[in-house]
Ligand binder design. Sequence first.
Ligand code: PLP
Length: 441
Amino acid sequence: MQLELETKDLVQKDKDHLWHAMYRYNEKASPTIATRGEGAWFFDTNGDKYMDGVSGLWCLNLGHGRKEIADAAYEQMVNLSYFPLTMSHVPAIELSAKISELLQGSYTTFFSNSGSEANETAFKIARQYHIQNGNPGKFKFISRYRAYHGSTLGAMSATAQANRRMKYDPAAPGFLHVPPPYSYRSPFGEDVPDSDRVAAELIDQVINWEGADSVAGVIMEPFISGGGVIIPSKEYLRRVAEICKKHDVLLIIDEVVSGFGRTGKMFGFMHSEGVQPDIVTMAKGLTSGYLPLGATAVSSKIYAKFKENGTHNHLRHISTYGGHPASCAVALKNIEIIENERIVDRVAELSESILSELYDLIALDKVGEVRGVGFLYGIELVEDKKSKAPASEELMGSIIAACKKKGLIIGRNGDTVPGYNNVLIIAPPLSSTEDDLRFVV
Ligand code: PLP
């Protein structure tokens, strides 16, 4: 009785005072208020238990309640509670070196607090690099339709999802968009057999049309995640990397979702052998969501231009909390666990042995395509397979609600193209047990 009263009170306060992300206000609906988590599961104020099939917002990679991570934060907070990176501190130094090692190159990292900021930082670094490299006209960025790169103005400008930008446009100038390598709904027509290749070649064309001396960078996720789990051929990214190199355009890989094991490799770009990005942005899985942290890692070629003497040659960019000592300590512990528990190999193995059963859903009338890599699956729903008309709001909503009723939280793609929010998304914690994964399936 007491609990019921407390819950009622909480719901009322929530409705009156808490502005939820992406939430369509609904007087009647009660929010799910979590009180406790355990591994891949959480409990709400009604005592109901749910498997988190989307890892919070694709970030809770090691699940709830890893005491070692909490201890790392605690120890850091009592030892050195805050310190700015205008000077230096041990966890940030160690983490930057670790990131360079994991990226299998020589990288220098600027820390921020989120994926959006990591991308904003990448754009500023890219523009300044070209100026200091003698090409001051290179300022434009190319990204793909359906991509999501964050919520702040620059990151939103790289984001090419019409409904997300509606009411906030005009975006920042200098951001161009090209079609994604999306063979199921190829923008080049069904009769083009190798649409991924055509999508890559189009980037070459666009750079030529715009003038290579005006283009600073191409930003992309190795696998479009929130835009509907779009999985190109391995050759696609390799070709994009070649095109970027040819035009002295920086390849910026957004590993905010795909980094740290989500796709069955430490980083998503590593599925395309031989690709070495100029800039890699990270957040989410970097700390498994235990504390906020964003990171922008740049190759030594780029960093070299910031080491040259000159009054304004340094990066004039700062973030009070970026690289917070506790966040860096948490990230280091998170990475240590990922390595010690062979999480990345485990994701690849369990994706193959259990989650791949999701492909069987293709037998259902309303399933147009199932796409998966590691612990990242998208199930594209249609009204009928032939027309590929996207599934209705009602069907999408009813499936998500039915899953929730059975104790499973799943996601769907964001406001990509109006009318096309028809991909169910499954991205469970990388530490999910085999039973958890079977439950999802
Ligand atoms: N990049 C990608 C691919 C994302 O999915 C997101 C968030 O979902 C971001 C960037 C932005 O990250 P954040 O929400 O931490 O700003």
